[in-house]
Design a protein around this ligand. Structure first.
Ligand code: LMR
Length: 396
């Protein structure tokens, strides 16, 4: 009966996690998936989030509305757009609580494909693997725009601008406002200004996926591109996730924001979002949304949480520095300064597929085939082993 069903080869990130779990070698190190681990190699729960969890408790929770918890939606808009953003009082920001950042991307993609006369969209080359799948799944034809420059380990900014300048009206462009996944290479504020000007002139639809707010610069500067797009009144879609910065991975807490031209159109957009939610999963899970709401709406907890996120950010930066120090000592002829320039959890190491394979086979160290390394998986206990192994394979 199911013989005709197409074989699924597996997801490049999640399948590697399974391979890692099945690896019997006791010294194995996973730097594959984007999860923040502390210096003891444990997944920490911020104290602010723990306080919120205790307050909420584990009693029975009723269904949330289709669009999610009202307080959560309000607080998320403040966190992303800035609490005093004038647009918040104009009732034209649609916010939907979603199943993580992936759920937000899916909901936004479905809406655009259904209601705007455009079927082409572009992601950065490279991008998070699932971006392509989610948009193709919603019916888009997905292309890629120039982004990462392997020679400079920077952005091919001139080519990116030139490419955007060829795109027809209503083309969707998926952008990473901070902590680019997978490269760790971000645009500067000046480059954002230039890109968003082109987006405005060509009447493109910017879809900004922000899964790492607080891990790059700070909560405000990481949202620079989103806030600039709002100030320019662009037809913005933004997805966000609390998986990493609140350690809510399994709770699936995220949000989709849409900036509508006015309150009446915002109502129409919200209505279709609700309908789509109802037809797929009825309403989002309550626990994670309540936890995030509790943290974001309580001034003291909010400050405590942001401080805790900055501690995570700083630990990642320390690991970048250590990796740079050790590798520079081992291979002084090579410039590793990109490790300290890149931002967020991920680093494009410049390792080839063959070198990544050697790391896996000979040293039990897991990176993605693309050479992406999750810096947040490094700690004082494993960094020397990782740097030594990387130095060994870089020599080949
Ligand atoms: C990653 O890029 O590793 C994370 O965003 C986790 C995932 O779902 O792929």
């Amino acid at each position: 009966m199911y013989q005709h069903v197409q074989h699924y080869a597996g997801d490049p990130i999640l399948s590697l996690v399974e391979t890692f779990q099945n690896d019997p070698r006791p010294n194995k190190i996973s730097l594959a998936i984007g999860i923040y681990f502390d210096n003891n190699g444990k997944m920490p729960l911020p104290n602010s989030v723990l306080t919120a969890e205790k307050q909420i408790g584990f009693g029975v929770k009723s269904y949330l509305p289709m669009e999610g918890h009202a307080g959560f939606r309000t607080e998320v808009a403040k966190l992303i757009l800035g609490a005093d953003n004038p647009v918040l009082t104009e009732n034209r920001v649609v916010v939907v609580q979603t199943l993580g950042g992936s759920g937000a991307l899916k909901l936004g993609a479905e809406f655009i494909h259904r209601w705007l006369p455009q079927t082409k969209m572009y992601v950065s080359d490279p991008t998070w693997d699932n971006h392509r799948g989610i948009f193709e799944g919603a019916g888009f034809e997905v292309g890629s725009y120039p982004y990462y420059d392997a020679n400079t380990i920077g952005v091919r900014f001139t080519q990116m601008c030139a490419f955007f300048n060829t795109l027809p009206e209503n083309t969707v462009v998926l952008l990473h406002p901070c902590c680019h996944n997978p490269t760790g290479v971000d645009l500067s504020p000046e480059q954002w200004d230039t890109i968003l000007q082109i987006v405005a002139e060509r009447k493109l639809i910017p879809f900004m996926d922000m899964a790492y707010q607080g891990f790059g610069g700070d909560f405000d500067s990481d949202a620079y591109a989103i806030r600039k797009a709002v100030a320019m009144n662009l037809p913005l879609f933004a997805s966000c996730s609390f998986s990493k910065n609140m350690s809510q991975y399994g709770q699936r807490v995220g949000a989709l924001l849409v900036l509508a031209p006015n309150a009446a159109e915002a109502e129409l957009v919200l209505g279709q979002m609700k309908l789509n939610v109802r037809h797929i999963y009825s309403s989002p899970p309550a626990q994670g949304g309540l936890i995030a709401y509790y943290v974001l709406s309580n001034k003291e907890l909010l400050i405590q949480w942001q401080t805790e996120v900055y501690e995570m950010r700083d630990r990642i930066r320390q690991m970048r520095q250590k990796l740079y120090d050790v590798l520079s000592r081992r291979l002084p002829e090579k410039d590793f300064s990109y490790f300290i320039k890149q931002r967020g959890m991920f680093s494009y190491t410049g390792l080839t597929v063959a070198q990544v394979q050697r790391l896996r086979d000979e040293f039990a160290i897991y990176l993605l085939d693309s050479g992406r390394l999750c810096v947040a998986g490094l700690n004082d206990g494993n960094i020397d082993a990782v740097a030594d192994a990387m130095a060994a394979v870089f020599k080949t």
